[in-house]
Design a protein around this ligand. Structure first.
Ligand code: FAD
Length: 353
């Protein structure tokens, strides 16, 4: 059995950033990732918020993302654009960049830091005791970890195996999402009807069209088929616009859930494993990255110090930032990181800190 200070289950955005943070902090970690490479199914998240750009800047890697994406004003309230260009930050804007482009950039960073990623491997079980966690991995491999962090997404097996419950609000609406090619030029933009709001868009020429269609039914099992997508299009627009092919068809709901605790013993949670929310707010990837920086950047201080039994334990009330501690010391930065005017203290008190 190989031994590691930290095993990270899941190499999505949260797991990769956590792995990088731990490596920068000198903590020996390994990532166990189910996918064999960093290919993302569909485009998923559409960009990075100002705060996420700030933390990537603190790690000295923001230029990689800025070079690949498009800077724009993305904040809004009730359909009204809010311009944040006068905010006191080096990055007073959002960055349009698909998750399918973000993840390979993060994977390249982690690779450059020498983090070992066990690809094509799945965490299938765990057993923890006072001194560590035995992590059972597919293919008969067993790892011994000082701590295991579940960054394994909304259906987190780690969370379930650790016995951590989730609570929140059930789904009220289901949406179909797809990336498609059509023979005809469809009606771009939003359309509203009695089912809700539907949208068809294309960020730039040459990219597939992206559709989001509100479904009349809430309960479904699995992803929609191509025929269901065609029927839904006809149901809303009266035509399928010559729907030719789809590279991605999926569905999502507005289900909102948060883990009752982000830690049980030596098992911790971050990102979607700890909280899921409707993707319309454009938050999941961004909050996951920020969870990872909160947790990983402060690891050496918190997990080797006297506070280790209390931090990351407190239940974070729905919609708030993850509870970490009341420390006011800026997080460590990578040697190559550019200085920032905005240090990042933890401001949420937790018992004992
Ligand atoms: C349609 C859609 C649009 C979205 N738009 C946005 C947006 O605009 N902005 C935004 O910020 N967010 C958006 N999101 C949310 C965003 O995609 C997620 O919040 C983000 O991917 C969460 O990252 P994560 O690393 O926590 O989890 P995930 O991305 O789910 O990564 C989990 C990783 O763990 C791996 N894994 C799972 N189980 C195991 C296991 N047992 N063992 C080993 N590995 C495992 C998976 O293969 C995966 O790589 C959107 C999501 C959807 C579906």
């Amino acid at each position: 059995m190989t031994r590691h200070a930290v095993v990270v289950a899941g190499g999505g955005p949260t797991g990769l950033v956590l792995a990088g943070e731990l490596a920068l902090a000198g903590v020996a970690d390994v990532v166990v990732e189910r996918r064999t490479d960093q290919t993302v199914d569909g485009s998923r998240a559409g960009g990075l918020h100002s705060r996420t750009l700030e933390v990537l800047d603190q790690r000295g890697i923001v230029e990689r993302f800025l070079a690949a994406g498009e800077v724009m004003q993305v904040q809004g309230l009730a359909g009204i654009r809010r311009d944040i260009s006068d905010f006191p930050t080096r990055h007073p804007y959002g960055l349009a960049l698909w998750q399918s482009q973000i993840e390979p950039l993060l994977a390249g960073w982690v690779d450059g830091l020498g983090v070992r990623v066990l690809r094509g491997s799945e965490v299938i079980g765990l057993a923890q005791d006072d001194t560590g966690v035995d992590v059972e991995v597919s293919g008969g491999r067993r790892l011994r970890a000082g701590y295991l962090v579940g960054c394994d997404g909304g259906r987190s097996r780690v969370r379930k195996a650790a016995g951590i419950d989730v609570r929140g609000v059930d789904a009220s609406t289901s949406w179909m999402i797809a990336e498609v090619e059509m023979d005809e030029e469809p009606e771009l933009g939003f359309r509203r009807d009695s089912a809700g709001t539907h949208a068809i868009g294309r960020r730039q020429a040459g990219e597939p069209l992206r559709l989001v269609l509100t479904e009349r039914q809430l309960d479904h099992t699995g992803d929609p088929t191509f025929d269901e997508l065609r029927a839904a299009l006809v149901g809303v627009y009266g035509t399928d616009f010559g729907l030719r092919s789809a590279t991605w068809i999926s569905r999502f709901t507005d289900l909102t859930r948060q883990a009752e605790s982000y830690r049980r013993g030596r098992v911790l949670l971050a990102g979607d494993a700890a909280h899921v929310h409707p993707p319309q707010g454009g938050q999941g990837l961004n909050t996951g990255v920020q969870d990872a920086v909160n947790l990983g950047g402060s690891w050496p201080r918190w997990w080797t110090g006297p506070h280790r039994t209390t931090c990351w334990t407190a239940t974070a009330p729905s919609g708030t930032r993850s509870a970490l501690g009341s420390c006011t010391t800026p997080l460590p930065r990578s040697p190559s990181a550019v200085p920032t005017t905005a240090p990042w203290p933890c401001t949420t008190p937790c018992p004992g800190c």
